[in-house]
Design a protein around this ligand. Structure first.
Ligand code: T4K
Length: 371
């Protein structure tokens, strides 16, 4: 059996020869960044693929969060989930907002609209929800809370690229959604991100802010930042968007093999699909190690590591357990999120896994289950 590390994910990379002509185009144009042809083309192609009217491509997902908050003029308290990557909350603090944590729903693993409503104070200005693992939030429930209290609703859709609902695009929910195109994501541009919205004026504001606030050569209209996507990133995105459906299909096949292998195991809980989801993107494969499994989560994590299988505990610890957020409002009572963080393990899942890789993970988990 191979002892080559098998990581939780590996970036999809097309043959280098396919990227070369695009690199030559960039060299010939001498346009490397600041709104080049590939960045413009990627925005158009993403708008089509994501069924999203307005797309602004950006340097990464964290800056996308910060720009969305800035463009929507969000200040004050923002209710958010503790069960996410730390960037979600960091972006709030970098933007001068106060994070307020609310608990998650045990099925979707996303913000529970009732918990959000209970956390609202006169200082609340917005909700920052996450479609964790690409599992859609209760968008109707959250929108109803936002509407009742006059709040902005922003989605961190970093995990949700390519997820489709029966009712249309998930990207249409809320005031804006942000995407991450980091190398670990289903669709990536090495580093990268985007904001998706419906409002043309909001896109114009985001585009201004991503380039220092410049309007033309001599006027600066806002305290912008440098959040532009460069041409290398954008060209790579244009290239790989063509194979994204194949990447998602390959992941779906591996996820189906995992499901068939693990469903009979006692104490290893799998997530079920959510109603209304027409296509999942299989960005992650989380399992939950509960009572009845012979090993606890951390022992299984270590056991797999010893065999070169680098599973990850996304998202443990909870964001609200990091020192700088321990005293934030709501951080002391998040029982559902805590239970998930303490039991979750994300197994390797990426399109380039071969049959032997998949069998290696299945055999290792099965062996642990027989301990
Ligand atoms: N919101 C949410 C909900 C997010 O999950 C994220 C990022 C963001 C916002 C912010 O978006 P960005 O600003 O990042 O665009 C990773 C990623 O760095 C991060 O993008 C991602 N979420 C988070 C969930 O995962 P780490 O520290 O776990 O990554 P790392 O470097 O340990 O990589 C994981 C594994 O992937 C490695 O063991 C090997 C493999 N890998 C990784 C890279 C970078 C490769 O094979 N090649 C690579 O180039 O955070």
């Amino acid at each position: 059996m191979s002892d080559k590390p098998l990581y939780v994910t590996e970036p999809a990379l097309p043959p280098f020869e396919q990227f070369e002509p695009l690199l030559r185009e960039i060299w010939a144009s001498r346009r490397l960044t600041n709104g080049g042809a590939f960045a413009t083309r990627l925005e158009t192609e993403l708008a089509g693929y994501l069924e999203a009217p307005q797309v602004s491509v950006l340097a990464n997902g964290t800056l996308a969060l910060m720009l969305a908050l800035k463009a929507l003029e969000v200040e004050g308290e923002v209710i958010t989930t503790p069960y996410s990557f730390v960037a979600t909350t960091h972006a709030l603090v970098w933007s001068g907002c106060t994070p307020v944590f609310a608990d998650i729903d045990p099925v979707s693993l996303n913000l529970d609209p009732a918990a959000v409503e209970a956390a609202i104070t006169p200082r609340t200005r917005a909700i920052l929800a996450v479609h964790v693992y690409g599992r859609p939030c209760d968008t109707a429930g959250l929108q109803a809370v936002a509407d009742r209290h006059g709040l902005r609703l922003i989605y961190d859709a970093a995990h949700a690229f390519g997820v489709r609902l029966d009712s249309g695009s998930l990207m249409a929910a809320g005031d804006a959604a942000i995407l991450s195109f980091h190398a670990t994501k289903v669709f990536h541009t090495f580093e990268g991100g985007a904001i998706v919205c419906r409002d043309e004026a909001l896109k114009a504001r985001i585009d201004l802010l991503r380039n220092f606030g410049f309007k033309g050569e001599t006027r600066v209209l806002a305290t912008g930042i440098n959040a532009k996507m460069n041409e290398l990133q954008a060209a790579f995105g244009c290239l790989t968007l063509g194979s994204i459906d194949a990447e998602i299909a390959a992941r779906a096949a591996i996820a189906a093999r995992y499901r068939a292998a693990f469903a009979p195991l006692t104490g290893l809980r799998l997530l079920s699909g959510l109603p209304g989801v027409a296509r999942h993107n299989h960005g992650y494969y989380p399992v939950f190690i509960e009572a009845g499994f012979p090993l606890d989560r951390d022992t299984l994590y270590t056991r797999l590591r010893e065999q070169g299988i680098i599973a990850r505990r996304y998202f443990y610890p909870l964001i609200s357990d990091f020192d700088m957020y321990r005293d934030a409002p709501g951080a002391d009572h998040l029982p559902v999120a805590r239970r998930m963080a303490d039991t979750v393990l994300c197994l390797p899942l990426f399109g380039a896994m071969d049959d032997a890789d998949v069998a290696r993970v299945i055999d290792a988990v099965n062996a642990a289950a027989r301990t």
